[in-house]
Design a protein around this ligand. Structure first.
Ligand SMILES: C[S@@+](CC[C@H](N)C(=O)[O-])C[C@H]1O[C@@H](n2cnc3c(N)ncnc32)[C@H](O)[C@@H]1O
Length: 213
């Protein structure tokens, strides 16, 4: 299937549902058994355990349950793939209920709840058109509390050029700061390697933003 992330929400959902159906989650390239970098950065923000947290494009990630186990009580996961959300919910069983699972396109996501923390691992880099980035940032702007933080993990400049059949935009601190300005300012950046289930490494770059001024 040839597609970019600019496609309609239904097409996007079908694309990602097919990816999650194609193989067990533990064999998908972005799978990780422990969200080490995410957790370190979440804890570094110093948010309270009852602060609202959103995992944007969280899919079937282990992050939501890891946060619950650490005592975070207000966790929302938004993803365009219902298959991914079902996978996570089934894995969690009865403990899935404190999490709000929302099937939707993050480019148009709005919430009455203002999140103190927005987390995104490997989703923003699929926003390869200016319009997608503008819409993603409008969602972030609308949903993030005034004193909120956003943690964004993307492929680094020496990371893969594509993922799951889609082109990605790779970033370093300078490039992503330019995209997030003027509404958001970069407060930290670091690199990390992801070891895929297939045994290859992918260079990631992690960024934390806060609202400017
Ligand atoms: C590479 S996976 C990463 C999943 C998860 N963040 C993790 O670390 O395991 C990308 C995820 O973004 C979701 N996604 C892609 N575009 C999206 C969009 N526009 N809105 C919501 N979710 C999206 C996909 O369904 C998929 O779950």
């Amino acid at each position: 299937m040839s597609l970019d992330n600019s496609c309609e929400p239904d097409e996007l959902r079908q694309h990602w549902d097919a990816k999650y159906h194609a193989a067990p989650f533990e064999r998908l390239s972005w799978y990780q058994s422990h969200p080490q970098e995410s957790l370190r950065l979440v804890e570094a923000t110093g948010i309270a355990r009852d602060a609202p947290v959103i995992d944007a494009g969280g899919g079937a990630s282990i992050l939501a349950e890891t946060l619950l186990n650490l005592g975070y009580t207000d966790v929302t996961v938004v993803d365009c793939s219902q298959a991914a959300l079902d996978e996570a919910r089934e894995r969690l069983g009865a403990s899935a209920s404190p999490v709000s699972w929302v099937q939707g396109d993050i480019r148009s996501f709005r919430s009455a709840k203002k999140f103190r923390l927005w987390h995104d691992r490997a989703v923003f880099h699929f926003m390869t058109s200016e319009d997608d980035r503008r819409r993603y940032l409008a969602s972030l702007d609308a949903c993030l509390a005034a004193d909120g933080a956003a943690i964004i993990g993307t492929f680094a400049l020496d990371g893969p050029e594509r993922c799951s059949g889609l082109a990605v935009q790779r970033y370093n601190a300078e490039l992503i700061s330019g995209v997030f300005a003027p509404r958001f300012e970069l407060v930290s950046a670091c690199d990390a390697q992801h070891l895929t289930p297939g045994g290859s490494t992918q260079a990631f770059a992690w960024f934390t933003f806060r609202r400017s001024g």
